[in-house]
Design a protein around this ligand. Structure first.
Ligand code: PBG
Length: 323
């Protein structure tokens, strides 16, 4: 028995002591802020299920990104909502697509923030799936070329990093090859490596208008009960040339974040997704918990689990508290 010689409470006596022995410290440098960009001008449409988040047109987006940069947040992750959709999702790689225009504008106006682009087709396809269809199935290999074309168009527009999220087998390899051939060997890939078929993407699908029109994503995104399979999924992306590996969602998958950190030596990103954000906002609004404290506790737990990078809709609010 250690008691009464060892008393853990001794080091919890006051905030100075607690601060000295605090194991995990959240920093503004850890944060990436996701943003939704749409066509039009002067647009700043609130997203009902994500209080404080908006769809921006490019002109209003520039102001928002300036604010984000001024808070010291190092990077943004861009999602586009195209004006029209088609079977193939051609808006995803069009030279004057919404993302391509937004990236060019941001890089021209605010060169000192890192611009990461989501590479997927679901916001651009009329059926809302992350790849092209063969009958009613998502055709993996036919989709690879389109994802690679999309990533290349982002790089050509000036993106600093691409983040493929479609969960097609071989997508990292296909993108790496095309980027390298085109002279973009220095553009890193942040791979959505262990991405689960999660209900926590619900609010995002309203925000990005990319909900599947039939079926769901269970044939390409991971099955939530599977942990060991995440090691295989991540190992594949690493072998294909991923520079950063991502686990998504974050809070219901902290065990997977920890495993990714222990098993691999690449930086680990975690995506604190729309539903995780919405839950805290909803409970705060109802007065059921303290939203600010819940936010900070959730974010530090994601870092404690092993995340080096946290993609979160809380980025601006958290950064303001961390300054
Ligand atoms: C695109 C994509 C999704 C999210 C990020 N990229 C939606 C999905 O896979 O259905 C979800 C992000 C969030 O919920 O915040 N495939």
């Amino acid at each position: 028995m250690n008691f009464p010689d060892y008393r853990p409470r001794r080091l919890r006596k006051n905030d100075i002591l607690r601060g000295m022995i605090r194991e995990t410290k959240l920093s503004v440098d850890d944060l990436v802020c996701p943003l939704f960009v749409t066509h039009g001008s002067g647009v700043k449409t609130p997203i009902a299920s994500m209080p404080g988040q908006f769809q921006f047109s490019i002109d209003t987006l520039v102001g928002e990104v300036t604010k984000i940069r001024d808070l010291g947040i190092p990077a943004i992750l861009l999602f586009g909502i195209p004006e029209t959709k088609d079977e193939e999702g051609s808006g995803a790689w069009s030279e004057d697509g919404i993302i391509q225009q937004a990236v060019r504008e941001i890089k021209a106006q605010i060169p000192d923030i890192l611009v990461i682009t989501d590479v997927c087709l679901c916001e651009y396809t009329s059926h809302g799936h992350c790849g092209v269809l063969d009958d009613s199935e998502v055709d993996n290999d036919a989709t690879l070329e389109l994802l690679a074309r999309t990533a290349l168009s982002h790089a050509l527009a000036g993106a600093d990093m691409v983040a493929p999220s479609a969960m097609m087998d071989g997508q990292v390899c296909a993108i790496r090859d095309v980027l390298d051939e085109a002279g973009f060997g220095d553009i890193p890939i942040m791979a959505y490596a262990a991405k689960y078929a999660s209900c926590f993407y619900g609010p995002f699908r309203d925000a990005a208008e990319g909900a599947p029109q039939f079926g769901d994503r269970t044939s390409y995104q991971m099955d939530p009960p599977n942990g060991r399979e995440a090691i295989r999924e991540i190992a594949l992306d690493v072998a294909e040339g991923a520079d950063i590996i991502m686990v998504k969602p974050a809070l219901p998958y902290l065990d997977i974040i920890r495993m990714a950190k222990d098993e691999f030596d690449l930086p680990v990103a975690a995506y604190n997704v729309s539903g995780e954000f919405a839950m805290i906002k909803a409970a705060d609004k109802l007065g059921w918990l303290d939203g600010k404290r819940a936010m900070m506790e959730a974010l530090v737990s994601i870092k404690r689990a092993g995340a080096d990078i946290i993609i979160t809709y809380f980025a601006q609010e958290a950064a303001a508290l961390l300054r």
